[in-house]
Design a protein around this ligand. Sequence first.
Ligand code: NAP
Ligand code: MG
Length: 475
Amino acid sequence: MHNYIQQYINGEWVDSTSTETIEVINPATEKVIGKISAGSKEDVDRAVEAARAAFPSFSRMDIEDRIKLLENIAKEYENRKDDLVKVITEELGSPITRSEQIQYEMGLQHFKKAAELLKTFEFTEQRGNTLIKKEAIGVAGLITPWNFPTNQPSTKLASAFAAGSTVVLKPAAMTPFAAIILAEIFDKAGLPKGVFNLVNGSGSTIGDAISSHPGIDFVSFTGSGPVGTKIMENAAQDIKKVSLELGGKSPLVILKDANVKDAARTAILNVAMNTGQVCTAATRTIIPKSMHDEFIEAVKEALPDFPVGDPQDKNTFMGPQVSKEQWETVQSYINKGTEEGATLVAGGPGKPDGLDKGYFSKITVFTNVKNDMTIAQEEIFGPVMSILTYETIDEAIEIANDTKYGLAGYVFGQNPDELFKVASNIRAGQITVNNPKTDFSAPFGGFKQSGIGREWGDYGIEEFLEPKAIIGMPS
Ligand code: NAP
Ligand code: MG
């Protein structure tokens, strides 16, 4: 049992002013695995006060020392590998191999990348008579979702520390234990007190208090659109800057010269990874009409290579949905797909055979999907693929862009001109061509209703900086 009913404020674990707690459930077993404090607005006040007090000296800390600090954090993070992998597997239901290779690894890379980038990052620029100086934005409030328990906080935290910002973090109440380990890592790595503050609790109390707090200068949020709107409304009251990483309905365009078997595997991988609980999931697979039957066969043939089941089993590809509520949402979309006339190719409603305990879904594939169907327009956040067909590349691009979202896009095939044409014309923040390695310095964020601002790498650091122009200083 993980019982962490304290908050981490000003470099120490302290009691909340609230005695209420929130239970945390392992979604694979449906068992309670621990609890956290439900937190209070007063806890947020204390955390903001500590972050404000720490800001003047932390924002002026030598760059060399800040690099050392980020390197220490990366080292301590590596020392806690086993604990992180274990806890993410338990609280999220992520299969243990994925917890290690993806969840753990992504969280680590942001700290390493920030340390590396700081070595050459230009905080000042002379333009003629004007000096442009980039200064830390102040106290940042960070609100993160449950789908990547260390990656989501880490990208924000690494950028904030690199820029010299101090922070108050509220992680998702469903997956709080990985963030508690992060607090222990920062403590061990020698982060000055007050730079990092962790307040656990619900979004409606703690998240709301953060986004409306006058002592916070910048809110960086990742999660759903409706909550993003609330955060902007709160932040508007005192003109706080906001950065929002919201949802997506990303297209995967398969070119006609693609290897069909490889394309089918890529499509399954990109929709079922993390049980479909990925904001950049490729949920609309847009294929040439002439490839349709062959593609469907290839998908059916490949599906057994993506086993669903116990997250503790090293061979499992896909674990459960994070919660009962999320499972029910996914089920309702699967039913909606059938109701609106799409053709079920694989999966469907209910739990996979033999998995009665735990919030498990089937990897579900629909074809004959029209882009105006609910399953093609709304973010499902589950392993549900919608297959749509095209005759010309221009039609593929039109379908790809017929969405309110613009977080990511994928293109798979061989012809370099066509790959580039599709990549250039999809209106989204990050396009993946074939299956490259993750680039942790590439900007990450959305066009359209997928959000505002960018994370990762130098673009991520810039979000936590304010440019100041000093004009006409005598030299
Ligand atoms: P969510 O409700 O937006 O939660 C994200 C974070 O915001 C959590 O820490 C949450 O706290 C907090 N929050 C909730 N209400 C808040 C409020 N009024 N003010 C400030 N913060 C608040 O997302 P979710 O419920 O976890 O997931 C719902 C849907 O969001 C998913 O189905 C998916 O479509 C989308 N989503 C997108 C991403 C992404 O990476 N873009 C990630 C996760 C989810 P608590 O949950 O702890 O109460
Ligand atoms: Mg919620």
